[in-house]
Design a protein around this ligand. Structure first.
Ligand code: AMP
Length: 364
């Protein structure tokens, strides 16, 4: 079976690496001439809007998926005419605009931060009367890893913040005083069978995920599963999905969902019976899903901008290194390491070592 993927970055690469043992072949469409998934399959180099290449991708694939959420939905519709594309385009359409996304979540009974759509400084000033400080101003579209976001501490911040977002259509939302940031990842196949991973506890720095750890019997697991089930059912979703959440006491507040495999689930590669990438592939092929059982304590440390020496990382027993084969650039995710162990003490020590190494090499 041939899997087509829009994008040939690290997520596509990890999908392909998970799919090889299942005998799958991969074809990627990505405009970057040197893309990091390219050597694991066939690479069509060109724009995502190139109809000739899209037609070739559809003709050569049995099923198509994507690794990033800014894919124009018209492209999904075009491909879908001849070849099934999962996850469904509606998931993309809703998730691409923070206002439709939050409205969709609220309509499903999922709590979000208070929010308002603003498209001028006047509207922002008016909205802040309701929302209150502190708050965050975010562009409605094309924001990721904290890009296009400004924290508003008081009324003096508004004019400068509005300039910083460049007059873009925005959402302003109340700052959630969270105790923890967590995410839940689930996979749902064509028959509607669904599996859930244990909650991931996530630490961000400057809006970018740095560390993600699995949890065991987290008291909020059930609530998170109810939230994500509502989303999966409403979208008749197929594939792996991630929902990012804030935990405030025993309450969960949704931030956003990503209709794809997710950085906070990279620990599942060595830390789960079946990783998020394999389950995504199984789901879109209409295959039974694999167990999401955690194999002990598991975590993932991202390396951004620079990667510590492989020799240093590989000298740590129970640490696994995943290099993305990307050129080093400031602020770029270049690699991650996963930890998997049965001992909590070893787990804590290894996370501390990895965090220290990551901080030393971090260029942001
Ligand atoms: P986002 O791009 O929405 O995923 O935001 C990136 C990061 O900014 C999140 O992981 C949080 O650490 C922080 N953040 C975003 N929105 C809020 C909020 N409403 N309250 C508190 N922190 C937030």
């Amino acid at each position: 079976m041939v899997i087509g993927i829009l994008g040939a970055g690290q997520l596509a690469r990890m999908l392909a690496l998970a799919g090889k043992p299942l005998g799958l072949k991969f074809i990627f469409l990505d405009p970057t001439p040197i893309a990091c998934a390219a050597d694991i399959g066939k690479h069509l180099i060109g724009e995502y809007t190139d109809k000739t290449l899209l037609t070739q991708l559809a003709e050569e694939s049995d099923v198509i998926t994507y690794e990033f959420e800014n894919v124009p939905v018209e492209i999904i519709d075009f491909l879908n005419r001849s070849t099934p594309v999962y996850p469904p385009g509606r998931a993309l359409l809703i998730g691409q605009d923070r206002i439709t996304e939050k409205t969709f979540l609220q309509d499903l009974g999922i709590a979000t931060a208070p929010f308002a759509a603003v498209s001028s400084l006047d509207e922002l000033q008016l909205a802040m009367v309701e929302i209150g400080y502190p708050a965050i101003l975010k562009t409605r579209r094309f924001g990721y890893d904290g890009k296009g976001q400004v924290v508003l501490k008081n009324a003096q911040d508004l004019a400068e913040a509005w300039q910083a977002v460049n007059n873009a259509s925005c959402v302003v939302e109340g700052f959630v005083p969270f105790d923890r940031e967590i995410s839940i990842i689930a996979s749902r196949n064509i028959a509607g069978e669904t599996v859930y991973y244990p909650l991931s506890e996530n630490e961000h720095h400057k809006g970018i995920l740095r560390l993600a750890k699995n949890t065991r019997n987290d008291p909020l697991q059930g609530q998170a599963e109810n939230y994500i089930t509502a989303i999966l059912n409403a979208l008749d979703y197929v594939g792996t999905i991630a929902l990012e959440l804030f935990a405030v006491g025993d309450q969960l507040i949704a931030n956003e969902f990503a209709p794809r495999v997710h950085n906070s689930g990279h620990w599942t590669i060595e830390g789960s019976e079946t990783c998020q990438f394999e389950n995504h592939l199984r789901a879109i092929m209409g295959m039974p899903l694999g167990s999401t059982h955690s194999l002990g304590y598991a975590a993932m440390q991202n390396f951004i901008g620079n990667v510590p020496k492989s020799k240093t990382l590989l000298s740590l027993e129970q640490v696994h290194l995943h290099l993305y084969d990307k050129a080093a650039r400031k602020g770029r995710k270049l690699a991650h390491a996963t930890v998997r162990t049965d001992s909590l003490e070893t787990f804590t020590d290894l996370i501390n070592s990895l965090t220290e190494l990551a901080i030393q090499s971090d260029d942001s």
